[in-house]
Write a protein that binds this ligand. Structure first.
Ligand SMILES: C[S@@+](CC[C@H](N)C(=O)[O-])C[C@H]1O[C@@H](n2cnc3c(N)ncnc32)[C@H](O)[C@@H]1O
Ligand SMILES: [Zn+2]
Length: 375
């Protein structure tokens, strides 16, 4: 047995090979610690805003590390229901709960398909969907098994289709066209959010993203569930649509209807597009502020701190689609690339966690181009 410590959890694993893959007897990926750190922070936030003891589901649990961390690193958890369809995972989960001395009345372990488990055992205050690859097959069950006001955490590791490397796969799986640009990761996250939102909308549930990030090979989004056709309609009108984009001059604009603009208003080239996707905010300030205050109380990784610090800055200019220095310099044929600090000052911009050379600004693109050219 291999022993791993993550946060306050001690995890026993049959083995931990150098190459992490879905063929492992029990799946545990140390590089997904960031993902679990943010789950812990989010559950702590949720206990505060809901003001009640929570019922939590971990339907694709692997070793059980996430559920154990939730129980040991947050207060006011009523019960965590842990599930995996792999019998070796279920045996391992049992062993790990005993190893961590978790009281038996605080958890239940299930050995089912995740969709059956969720539909039988709901309603939950928090559900964490953390599959291999795409989460699409689990989203509907998760939404239906969530209480009103509950929170859904979703991981997607199929970032290549979502980011435009395999557009056909993205269209088939998510019903949206991706776009290969300098902000491809942001487009991918917004397509993922749209998919979850539209899955809820068909039942008059409105799923609103409150915190999202991209790190290494995964996307992560957290959404709050509200009920009501009016609210859902409002979100459809205000926060969903398309982005049109000019590959020649980098002009971009968010539109409700992709057909309403065909040619670039700046250079006259044909516009490309991505969508439908979520064009509203992907971070909420109160969540980011709470995480920033609370993070010192949780044993999280250095990377988690780094991502949160960047998002703290990024969420101050909560407008969609960032720019990068190199793509602007290339299109504007600028030999000397200005420093990011200078650009942030001139354009009242903020950094983005999506790219080390990226920034967001509220400035109109026409004005930005003119100013960037003479920086
Ligand atoms: C990416 S791993 C989960 C990792 C875990 N959440 C963590 O944080 O370490 C996905 C897990 O889902 C399980 N799984 C895959 N498809 C499933 C299904 N349809 N129903 C239930 N479990 C499933 C696999 O056995 C695997 O343990
Ligand atoms: Zn153009």
């Amino acid at each position: 047995m291999k022993v791993i410590t993550e946060g306050t959890a001690k995890i026993l694993l049959p083995s931990l090979p150098e190459n992490i893959s879905s063929d492992m007897p029990v799946f545990y990926n140390p590089r997904m610690r960031v993902n679990r750190d943010f789950t812990v922070l989010m559950v702590r936030y949720l206990t505060k805003v809901l003001g009640r003891c929570l019922k939590i589901a971990d339907p694709l649990a692997g070793s059980g590390v996430r559920a154990i961390r939730i129980l040991k690193e947050t207060d006011r958890i009523d019960i965590v229901c842990v599930n995996d369809r792999d019998s070796r995972a279920v045996e391992n989960i049992k062993m790990n709960f005993e190893e961590n001395c978790i009281k038996e009345n605080r958890y239940r372990i299930f050995h089912e398909d995740a969709n059956i488990f969720l539909r039988k055992e709901g309603k939950f205050d928090y559900i964490d969907v953390d599959p291999f690859g795409s989460p699409v097959g689990f989203i509907e069950s998760a939404i239906l098994s969530l209480k009103k006001g509950g929170m859904l955490g979703v991981t997607a590791t199929d970032t290549a289709p979502l980011s435009g490397t395999y557009p056909d796969v993205c269209i088939r799986r998510y019903g949206s066209k991706p776009l290969k640009t300098e902000f491809y990761h942001e487009t991918g996250i917004r397509i993922l959010i749209y998919k979850i939102f539209s899955q809820g909308a068909q039942f008059d549930f409105s799923l609103t993203p409150v915190f999202s990030y991209s790190y290494l090979h995964h996307f992560r989004v957290f959404l709050v569930k509200d009920k009501g056709a009016k609210l859902t309609n409002r979100n459809i009108h205000k926060n969903t649509g398309y982005i049109v984009f000019c590959h020649a001059c980098l002009y971009r604009s968010c539109l409700r209807d992709k057909c309403s603009m065909l040619k670039c208003p700046l250079c006259g080239e044909m516009l490309d597009y991505a969508g439908p996707l979520w064009i509203g905010p992907i971070f909420h300030r109160d969540v980011v502020d709470y995480f920033s205050k609370d993070i010192g109380s949780v044993n999280v990784s250095r990377e988690t701190y780094k991502i949160l610090n960047l998002i703290k800055e990024e969420s101050k200019v909560n407008v969609p689609f960032f720019y990068t220095l190199s793509s602007l310099a290339k299109v504007l044929k600028k030999g000397r690339v200005p420093s990011l600090n200078k650009v942030l000052r001139e354009f009242e911009g903020v950094r983005t966690h999506f790219s080390g050379e990226g920034f967001r600004t509220r400035m109109d693109y026409k004005e930005l181009r003119e100013k960037f050219s003479v920086l």
